[in-house]
Design a protein. Sequence first.
Lengths: 564, 253
Amino acid sequence: MSAPPAPRPPPALRPAELLALTLVLSFCSIVYEFLIARALVSLTGEIVLWQSVTIGIYIAALGLGTWLAGRADPSQRTHTLQRVEIGLSLLGGLAIVVIFLAHVAYRIWFYDFTATMHLATTGHARPLTDPLVLFALACQLVTVAVGVLSGYELPILIELYSARLGRDGTDRVLGMSYAGTLVGSLAFGLLLVPRLDLLGTGLVVAATNLVAAGWLSLRGVERRRRVPGLLALLPVLAVLVAVVVWQRDLTQLLLKNFYYNFPVPTDLGGLGPRLEQKPDVHRIRTHYQDIDVVWDAHMQSRPDLGLIDLTLFLNGHYQLSALDERTYHEALVHVPTLLTGKAPRRALVLGAGDGLLVRELLRYGDRVEHVVQVELDPQMIALARRDRWMRQLNGASLDDPRVEVVVDDAFVFLRSHESQYDAIFIDFPYPYDYELSKLYSVEMFRAVLAHLAPDGYAVFDYPLLSADKGPRARQRNTAIMSTVAAAGFALRFPFGDDAETFVLIARDPRSLALDARDLGFRLETLDEARLSELRAHQFPYDIDPAWVNSVFHPRLTDLTDPRF
Amino acid sequence: MTPAPRPPASLTRPRVVASVTLVVAFCSMVYELLLAQTLSATMGNTNFRYNLTIGLYLASLGLGAFLFGRRKRHDDTALLIDVELWLSLCGSTAPVLVLAFDAAAHALCDATGASFSGLPIQLAVHIANHGLIVIIGLLSGYELPLLMAIGAANDETGPGHRVLITDYVGTLLAALSFPLWLLPTFGVFGVAALAGLLNVLTALFLQTRHTEHPSPARTFLAALGATLLAFGVARSDLVTRFAVDTLYARPLH
C-alpha cells in the first residue's frame, strides 16, 4: 500500500453518518464476542470460565487492534476501515461455523467419552490439560482475530470524525460506541439468540456489518476504489448465503455429533452416513438455557412397548435418561419417607420442571394434599406438559389438580412467600459454576429452613463422594455439609451410591435408619438389594465454618482450588 | 515517577497516566461484575440481570463520556481526583447498598402491608439498584476521556491511544481475575473493598504527588477512606457475616 500525496481531500462521510456507523459497528463487534462466548459455553457447559476468558481475550485483542491502528497510514484511514469491515463481516459471520466445525473435528480425533461421563456425574471441573479446554483455548484464535479487527474501528472513526468536525470529537464517538454496545448486549440476550439461535444471529449481524461496509465503500472512499470495494463484498455475501442455506444441516451436524456416542476415532468419511441414521436432536433455546431432547441415544427405543429412550440435557449437561430416571426419582422422593416414616402432606418442589419428581409424589394418593412446583424456565414446564413422550413419562403430573405450578426463580419465590411445607424437594443442576453454586448457598438453605414445618424435612441432590474415592472426598463433602450446618440444619443425612447421592436435612437431630416399609405402592427400584447398597455407602465430612458456601463468597466452585 | 515534591507537578509522564488508567479501568470493571453478582442474588433471573447490568453500565459509560465533553472545569487532575474519590465511595459500598435497599423494601412491606412483588415496591427497588449501576457507569465514563485528554496533552505519539490500550488491558485483568481469583478469595464485599482501596490510593497518590495545591480536606478524606477500606479487605469475613445476617438472610415469617 503506497501512500498517495493526497492533493485534494478524499470524499468523506458526514459527521452524522460517522456516528451512525460507529453505533452499528460497535453493535456488531460486541455481538460477535457474545456469540463466541455463548458457543464455547454451550460446547463446554462451563459458563463463568469461558464467558470471562473470552471477554478478557477479546478486550486485549481490541487493545492490540487499537495499537496497530495507531501505526497504520493516516492517509488511508477510510480505506483501512473498509477492508477491516469486509474482514469482520466474513470472520464474524463464520465464527460460529468455524467453532462448530472445529468441535466436530475435536470429537472425531480427541474426544474421550468416558472422561466426559465421569465429569458429568461427579460435577468436577476440568483440568487445564483436558482436551476440551485445549479445544476452547484454540477457538480463542477466532476471538483474537475478531477483537483485533474491531480494535481498528474506534481510533479510525475518532480520527475521521475529529478531522471532519475540525476539533476533538473523541467523546461523541466513544459515547456512540458505548450506545452501540448497549444495544448489542440487550438485543443479544433478549431478541437475537432466542429467535435466531447462534448461527442465525451471526448471519444477521454479519449482514448488518456487510451493509455498513458497503455504505463505507459507496460514500467514504475515492471513486476508483468504489467498485473494487463493492466487488470484495460479493464473496462474503455468497458465503453468508451458503450458511443460510445450510444452517439447519449444520446445526444438526453439531448437535448429533455432540450427543451421539461414536466409536473413537471415527473416520471423517464414515461420519456423514452415521449421523444420517440418527434422529434429529430437538433443541429448545430458552431465556435461561439450552434444553436438548435426544432421541434414541442408546438405540433402545420401543415406543410400542412403552419403552422410551429419551435423554434430556441442560446446557449440554446430562439431566436425565428415561431409561433409568426411576432409580433416581424413587430414591429422591421415597427414601426420605422410608427414613422419616411419613409421606409429606404439603410438598414444595424446587427445580425439576420435567414433572417426574411430582409424579413420584402423587403416588402417595390422597396422603398428598398440595404440591407446589417452582421452576424457573417456562419452556421446561411447557415441554413437560405438552410433549407427547414427556407426558407419557411424567404421567401428566403437572396437570393434576393437587399440583400448583409456579414459574419463578426458586430463591425469589422463597423470599417472597411465607407458606410452610412438610417436605421440600430440591432438584437443581450440579454447581458447575458460580451461578449454579448460588443454589447451594447458605442463604438458599436458610430460606429453605424458614419454609419447613416444625418437623418437616428437605432433601437435595448433590455430588457427594464416598470414602473410597480418596482423600479429596472428605474435603469436597465438607463444603456442602458445612454450608447446610451453617444454615441451621442440625440433621444431615447423606445417602446414595457411586452414581447418585442425596442429602436429607431437617432442623432438629433425630436418629434415622434406612429400612424397608410398606408405602402402599410397589417401589420398582428400591428393593432390599438397593437399600443395602444405599446403606453401605458412607460419605465422610467435617463441619468447618471456613468452607461455608455463600452467594457473596462462593466456595463450591473454586476454580483455582487444587481439588479441581 | 516524579520525586520532587516542591515544584508543582502535573501528570507529566505518560507512564503515570497509563498506570492510573490501568488501575481505574480494572476497578470499574470489577464494580460492574460485583453489581451483577449481587443484583442477581437479590432480584433473581441472573441471565437477564447480567445483560441489563452490562447494558446499563455501558450506556452510562457513554453518557459519562458525553458529559465530559461539556465540562466546565478544566483543572483535569483535580477533577480526576474527585472522580476517583466518588468512584471509591460508590463502588465499594454498592454491594452493601443493594442489600440495604432490599432489606428496606422488605421492612417497608412489613410495616405497610404492601406486597413485595407489587409494582410500587418493585419500581422503587429497580430504580435504586439500577441507579447504582448508572452512577458508577457515569463516573467511569467521565474518567476515560479525562485520562485520554491528560494523556494526549503529554504524549506526542497520538491522541491518547496509549490510554485507550491501557484501559483495555485493565478491563482484561479484571475480567480474568474476578472469577478465577478475586471472588473465591475475597468474596463480594472483600473484592468491593479492594477495588475501592485501589481507587482511593490512586486519588491519594495524585493528590500528594501531582497537584499544585493539595487540599488538606481531600487528603484527609482519602486517607480515612483508605484505612477503612484496608480494614474491609482484611476482615471481609466480618462484613460478609454482618451483611448477610442483618440485611439479607432476615428471618422469614
